[in-house]
Design a protein around this ligand. Structure first.
Ligand code: NAD
Ligand code: 0WE
Length: 258
C-alpha cells in the first residue's frame, strides 16, 4: 500500500466524477493525501464542494476557483494553499482546451487564435502552475500532467490539440531538467481514449474506442481508475527515480503497427 498521509496534493481539471482528475484525486485521497482542487469557473463552487465531499475531504481539503489562463488567479490559489497548508507535495495538471472549431475543421484551417488558446490553456499553464507550486515543494515533489498519443501520430480531428500535446511532452522534459535539482519530478501519463466531458461531441469518438478494442494488446479500453493508479504510483516515493517521462496507460495501443 502506498501511504500518502501528511501529503498535500493540488489537482486541476476536475470537472465532474468522470474526469480523469477525479480518479487521480480519489486514489490520492484513499492513500491518505489532503486534496486541494482548482476548478475552472466561479459558478461551479457548489459542484466543487460536492466533489470534495464525495472524495471524503470535507473539513480536510479545499476547493478554489482558478482559470489557468490567468496568472493572478494562479497566484491567488497558491497563496491560499501556502496559508492553509504551508507546503505542497503533488501537483496534478489535467487540463486541456482548444476552441471547438479547431477540433472539427481541417487542420490546415487552424486559426492563429485557436493555436494560441490551445497552447496557452493546455501547455503554458503547466509551466505557470509548476513555477507557482515549486517554492512550496520544500521536501521535493511530483508534478503530473495528462497527454495523448495524438502528440506523436495523426488522429482525425485531434488537430491543434496534437500539436499542443507534443509541446506539452517537451515541456515535461524541460521542466524535469529545471526542477530536478530541487528534487521535484515532472512526468506525463499518456492515457488511452476515455469517454469524459472532453471527449463529448467529438465526431467518431466511438470509432477511436473501437480501434483500441480491436488492435490494442489487451483488446479493451482503459478506465479512469487505471490512470488514477498510475498517477498515485508516479506521485509516490516508489517512483523516486522517474522524471521527464511519458508513461502510457493505454492497454498497449501505442506499440501496435496495425
Ligand atoms: P475533462 O473535461 O473532465 O477535464 C478537462 C478539464 O480541463 C476540465 O475540468 C476543465 O474545467 C479544465 N479546463 C479547461 N480549461 C481550463 C481553464 N482555462 N482553467 C482551468 N481549467 C480548465 O476531461 P478529461 O478527459 O478528464 O481531460 C483531462 C486531461 O486528460 C486533458 O489534458 C486531456 O487532454 C487528457 N486526456 C484525455 C483523454 C480522453 O480520452 N478523455 C485521453 C488522454 C489524455
Ligand atoms: O485531449 C483530449 C480532448 C481535449 C479537448 C476536448 C474539447 C472538447 C470541447 C480540448 N478542447 C476541447 N474543446 C471543446 O470545445 N482528448 C485526448 C480526448 C480526445 O479528443 C479527440 C480525440 C480524443 C482521444 C479529438 C479527436 C480525436 C480523438
Amino acid at each position: 500500500m502506498i501511504d500518502m498521509k501528511g501529503k498535500v496534493a493540488v489537482v486541476f481539471g476536475l470537472a465532474n466524477k468522470r474526469s480523469i482528475a477525479y480518479s487521480i484525486a480519489q486514489k490520492l485521497a484513499e492513500a491518505g493525501a489532503t486534496l486541494v482542487l482548482g476548478y475552472q469557473l466561479e459558478r461551479l463552487q457548489r459542484e466543487a464542494e460536492q466533489l470534495l465531499e464525495d472524495l471524503g475531504q470535507t473539513g480536510t481539503g479545499r476547493a478554489f476557483a482558478c482559470d489557468v489562463a490567468h496568472d493572478e488567479q494562479i497566484d491567488a490559489l497558491f497563496a491560499q494553499v501556502e496559508q492553509s497548508f504551508g507546503k505542497i507535495d503533488v501537483l496534478v495538471h489535467s487540463v486541456a482546451f482548444a476552441p471547438a472549431d479547431e477540433i472539427k475543421n481541417d487542420f490546415l484551417l487552424t486559426s492563429r487564435d485557436g493555436f494560441r488558446i490551445a497552447h496557452d490553456v493546455s501547455v503554458y499553464s503547466l509551466i505557470a502552475l509548476a513555477r507557482a507550486a515549486a517554492p512550496l515543494m520544500s521536501d521535493g515533489g511530483s508534478i503530473l500532467t495528462l497527454t495523448y498519443y495524438g502528440s506523436d501520430k495523426v488522429f482525425p480531428n485531434y488537430n491543434v490539440m496534437g500539436v499542443a500535446k507534443a509541446a506539452l511532452e517537451a515541456t515535461v522534459r524541460y521542466l524535469a531538467a529545471s526542477l530536478g535539482p530541487r528534487k521535484i519530478r515532472v512526468n506525463a501519463i499518456s492515457a488511452g481514449p476515455i469517454k469524459t466531458l472532453a471527449a463529448r461531441g467529438i465526431g467518431d469518438f466511438s470509432k477511436i474506442l473501437d480501434a483500441v478494442t480491436s488492435r490494442a494488446p489487451l483488446h479493451r479500453n482503459v478506465e479512469q481508475n487505471e490512470v488514477g493508479n498510475t498517477a498515485l504510483f508516479l506521485s509516490s516515493p516508489l517512483a523516486s527515480g522517474i522524471t521527464g517521462e511519458v508513461t502510457f496507460v493505454d492497454c498497449g495501443f501505442n506499440i501496435t503497427g496495425i
